[in-house]
Design a protein. Structure first.
Length: 285
């Protein structure tokens, strides 16, 4: 199980996180995709859908196949996959209120026959049989793993031969290259406050290495950092004044989302937003 579970649940249960995700992202839990780092950030909805499309395009699935959404949040990505990809989706999430909300969203979307949501931890997928999914994806959720190598092994186990894993996640430049101010703010405050141990430990190309060690082949990595800059800038603009006030009072560590809105933009050259794709050997897709 995930030792960071209590931190993750505390973060997503916080007033700051609930309000922030609701106001800016309509309840979704991921970045939007923009065609240029100079794009205007509004409207946000189409950018979020484009990121879903970018992920779906790499799953290499066919209609009526079964996929796992590992860390489904309120279910919006799963709903997109069921509609646009005509897929059957099993969604799992650690946070009980996410599960409740996701089930309600699926019901409202009229997709209860295609999308099933349950509370679960991707460190332990024993509820699912070996080779039971045609594809697996994790949309910005592997960062919350305490043991990402174990998680990737579980993804590998439940995938059918020939099935793909698609991750949207972050890594860093080498720790030695980071400014000490960034390192302290991110690793000691933001990551601990939001339960993101894998983000703390991921250096350049670690995701490719871990996927290869788990058994995946044909691993591809794409840097999407510039495609999320408009949304980063938007978060920065709205968070700067609140963050400055929090910093003056020395309480910014209690507000990880606000802190991340500023720090992630200011130090954006020291981390990357990646799409990493791997295939379980064998089978035909």
């Amino acid at each position: 199980m995930n030792p960071a579970k209590s931190q993750i649940q505390a973060y997503y249960n916080s007033f700051e996180a609930r309000i922030g995700y609701a106001i800016f992202l309509g309840g979704t839990r991921h970045f939007g995709y923009y065609f240029s780092d100079k794009s205007w950030p509004w409207p946000i909805g189409p950018a979020l859908e484009r990121m879903n499309s970018v992920l779906l395009g790499k799953l290499n699935t066919h209609p009526e196949e079964r996929v796992l959404d590992a860390g489904c949040g309120e279910g919006y990505v799963a709903i997109y996959m069921a509609r646009k990809g005509q897929l059957y989706v099993e969604g799992i999430d650690l946070t009980p209120h996410h599960v409740v909300k996701a089930r309600a969203n699926v019901l409202r979307a009229g997709l209860s026959d295609r999308v099933k949501i349950r509370e679960g931890d991707y460190h332990d997928l024993s509820d699912f049989e070996n080779a039971s999914f045609d594809a697996v994806y994790a949309m910005e959720t592997l960062v919350h793993a305490s043991h990402p190598d174990n998680v990737l092994q579980e993804f590998f186990r439940v995938l059918k031969p020939g099935g793909r894993l698609v991750l949207h996640d972050w890594d860093h430049t080498d720790r030695a290259k980071m400014p000490s101010k960034y390192s302290g703010l991110v690793f000691d405050r933001i990551n601990s406050g939001s339960g993101m141990p894998t983000f703390s430990s991921s250096n350049t190309d670690d995701h490719q290495r871990m996927m290869a060690e788990a058994g995946f082949s044909d691993i591809e990595q794409r840097d999407l950092s510039k495609n999320i800059v408009p949304m980063l800038w938007l978060f920065y603009i709205f968070a700067l004044v609140p963050f400055t006030i929090l910093w003056l009072f020395g309480i910014e560590e209690w507000f990880p989302s606000t802190s991340a809105g500023v720090i992630s933009y200011v130090y954006r050259d020291y981390w990357r937003y990646l799409q990493v794709v791997g295939t379980k050997p064998g089978g035909k897709k």
